[in-house]
Every structure is written in C-alpha cells, then in structure tokens.
Design a protein around this ligand. Structure first.
Ligand SMILES: *Cc1c(COP(=O)(O)O)cnc(C)c1O
Length: 222
C-alpha cells in the first residue's frame, strides 16, 4: 500500500542526506539530481512523490514504465538493461535511456528515434566491476564504445552510468567511472543507490538512483 506521508518524509530525509554529502565533499547540492526509482511500486507512489516535489523517476523495465509514464511534469529515466526489441517503446516514453551498452542497441535506438521523431538523452552503462552477469560495456572496451557513441549521437550522449559489485567497496569503482567521464568530457555520472549514494556523491556523482530509501522495500524482484 502507498503511504504518501511516508514517501514525503523519506524524500525529505534522502534530500537532506544528499545535501550533507555534497557539502562534506565541497560540492553544491544543486549539482546532484535525485532519480527516484519507482520500479515495482504503483503509479500512486509516483504521484505521492510528485506531490512532495519530486519530478525525476527511474524505472528498469520498459513495459512496467509504460504503465505509469509519461506523466505530465515527470521526467523518466530507463535505468535497467534494455532489450533491443524494447528500444522503440523506451524511445517513446523515456527522457533518458541510461543503459546503452552495445552497438546493436544503439542501432535500435537510432532507428526508433528516426521513426518517433524524438531521441532521449543517453548514458553509456559501464560494467565497472566487469561482472559476467551484469549489463554494461566491459571496462576494456568502454573508451572505444564511448567515442563511437559520441560520434553517433553527439551531445545527446550525456554521460555514464554504473552499478558497482555488491560485495566490494564501491568508492574506487565510483572514482573510476568519474575519471572516465572526465576523459571524455561527459557531464553526467549516474552512480549510487540507497546503500551507497553518499560515497558516490563524494566521488563526483551528478545523479543518484534511489528506490528503497524513498518508496520502501520492494515485494517483488525487479
Ligand atoms: C533498483 C535500482 C536502483 C535503486 O536501488 P535501491 O537500492 O532500491 O535504491 C538503482 N539503480 C538501478 C539500475 C536499479 O535497478
């Protein structure tokens, strides 16, 4: 069940922690965008967050996202690994696709963008820990892939995204992603989730993706 007052209170807490982490790192809290990850939660939860001033949301499944978005005033990031056959729907509903990690997907996004007449912002997802089960371009191939995507999509390639290995200190992985973004002159570094966003902000995150700390535990796997 959706509890609007709990969501509003959680948002307040998360925003305060983001601001404190930014100041501790000598950064302006306004540099950091909070992506509220609403996967598995109903549209009512999204509306409750919007009523509490939240406008940027993240979903990792396109089909589920399409049941809740677009919503007037909301900005949607697709943050989960994207199947090529879902690219057209993602291009239709997303303001940003944050999981670009292979040339075939780039082809599908480009075709869909031509057809739909809109191209979302794009982030290259880097498999920063080179984990076999994770989506994202391998670190050894990241530089070449980022250059190719830059050449293809120009300024629509806004930055990089990563999910570090669950069982390691995330800080070195966050720093590595930030350094890659620096090398390529990319502004957006989407890194940090409920459990590690303060470390991500210290390492230079511009976007943090937070679900559980705002909407509560998820009942189903997503
Ligand atoms: C689910 C998800 C999140 C949010 O995770 P929480 O631990 O609930 O904050 C962030 N990023 C991605 C890619 C996700 O799939």
């Amino acid at each position: 069940m959706t509890d609007p007052s709990a969501i509003a209170a959680n948002l307040g807490t998360v925003r305060a922690h983001i601001a404190a982490a930014a100041r501790a790192a000598g950064r302006d809290p306004a540099e950091i965008t909070l992506i509220a990850v609403s996967k598995t939660h109903p549209q009512d939860a999204v509306r409750a967050a919007m009523a509490a001033g939240q406008s940027v949301f993240g979903e990792n499944r396109v089909q589920e996202a399409a049941e809740k978005f677009p919503l007037p005033g909301a900005r949607l990031h697709i943050i989960g690994g994207l199947q090529t056959n879902k690219a057209a729907q993602a291009v239709r509903i997303a303001d940003s696709i944050d999981s670009l990690d292979r040339a075939h997907l780039a082809d599908a996004i480009e075709r869909a963008a031509q057809k739909e007449g809109r191209l979302p912002d794009l982030l290259v997802q880097v498999n920063i820990g080179d984990e076999p089960q994770k989506s994202g371009v391998a670190t050894a191939e990241a530089d070449a892939f980022i250059r190719a995507m830059r050449a293809r999509f120009g300024a629509k390639l806004a930055g990089l995204m990563c999910i570090p290995p669950a069982d390691e200190d995330p800080a070195p992985h966050f720093r590595r992603l930030a350094a890659m973004a620096d090398v390529h002159g990319l502004a957006v570094r989407s890194m940090g989730m409920s459990g590690d966003y303060e470390a991500a902000i210290a390492a230079g995150a511009t976007h943090v993706r937070i679900g559980t700390a705002i909407f509560g535990a998820r009942e189903t796997q997503a």
